[in-house]
Design a protein around this ligand. Structure first.
Ligand code: HEC
Length: 271
């Protein structure tokens, strides 16, 4: 069985959203960053960035690079991560303002970069998200605020339908669409995640199962694919799919050498 340890969900949805394009020059002040709401920033990061980025020193690159020590470092110089030429040639150091520009206007900031942020981060979440990122990547020179832990998130005895209701409803009532791409070939199929732990498909031979891990990752296996890649396993943070989105292609991963798997969610499913 092929296993991918780090997985990629997140570039979900291509909802057009112009909010923020006009206010990209705004300057983020230190005072704002210090008082920003840590939990709001954490939630925004979990929902919008965690599928592709880790923060802690030494953590793995996912679809995007690990972000430890990102502030003050030159764009496109993250260890072994294969940054795009656009990012490598962009001659600037990361600052709160630069990150604010990027997450306000993902399409306009550095055209041609390979970070597929599907929509701008809502205005009210931007400064909290930057503040949280600074605290978690070693850039903040102020103390981490004490936060009351969110008991609901902690209680892994509760079913995920209660802990992550929007994720749960989205996945269990809609169709997950996959497109496997290798060489010139394309293979498309649908999968239906079921509350009982099974995964069905519109292709008879394809079957699967899923389970939720205690660290709030959702893992699933699919097998019986009638192509070279016969089976695979993927895991992703459930928080990364907390914002329900529909599109044929929302995330992408590479389950085997030369194979790209595109995943998306389509509304509804056959009876
Ligand atoms: C779908 C995956 C994905 C998501 C979601 C995502 N990123 Fe990225 N990120 C990437 C990729 C890929 C790159 C490298 C871009 C390039 O090389 O052009 C990147 C690069 C970056 C960089 C620049 C690193 C460098 O080398 O200079 C920063 C900063 C960053 N992301 C922050 C964020 C933040 C903050 C969020 C959430 C609002 C986010 N990213 C969401 C995939 C993602």
């Amino acid at each position: 069985m092929r296993t991918i340890s780090a997985v990629v969900i997140g570039a979900m949805g291509l909802l057009t959203c112009d909010i923020g394009v006009g206010d990209a020059q705004e300057t983020v002040t230190r005072d704002e960053l210090i008082v920003a709401d840590y939990k709001q920033g954490r939630t925004a990061f979990q929902q919008r960035c965690s599928a592709c980025h880790t923060l802690i020193e030494g953590s793995a690159d996912l679809n995007g690079p690990n972000l430890w020590n990102i502030f003050g470092s030159k764009a496109g110089t993250r260890g072994d991560f294969p940054s795009s030429d656009v990012l490598k040639e962009a001659d600037f150091d990361w600052s709160p303002d630069r990150l604010h520009e990027w997450i306000s206007n993902p399409e306009g900031f550095l055209p041609g970069n390979k970070m597929m942020l599907p929509e701008s981060v809502p205005e009210e979440d931007r400064v909290p998200l930057i503040s949280f990122t600074m605290l978690e990547t070693g850039a903040a020179d102020w103390p981490r605020p004490k936060v009351e832990e969110d008991l609901v998130m902690q209680d892994t005895n509760k079913p995920i339908s209660e802990r992550f209701p929007s994720f749960w409803n989205h996945l269990m009532t809609n169709t997950t669409r996959y497109r496997l791409e290798w060489g010139d070939e394309d293979y498309i199929f649908e999968a239906y995640f079921n509350a009982n732990g099974s995964v069905g498909s519109n292709i008879n031979s394809i079957k699967g199962f899923w389970r939720a891990r205690d660290d709030n990752f959702f893992c699933y296996a699919l097998y019986g694919l009638p192509i070279e890649l016969n089976e695979y396993v993927e895991c992703f943070p459930m928080a990364a799919m907390a914002i329900p989105r529909f599109a044929e292609e929302l995330w992408q991963s590479s389950p085997a050498e030369g194979v790209t798997l595109h995943g998306g969610i389509l509304a509804g499913r056959p009876d």
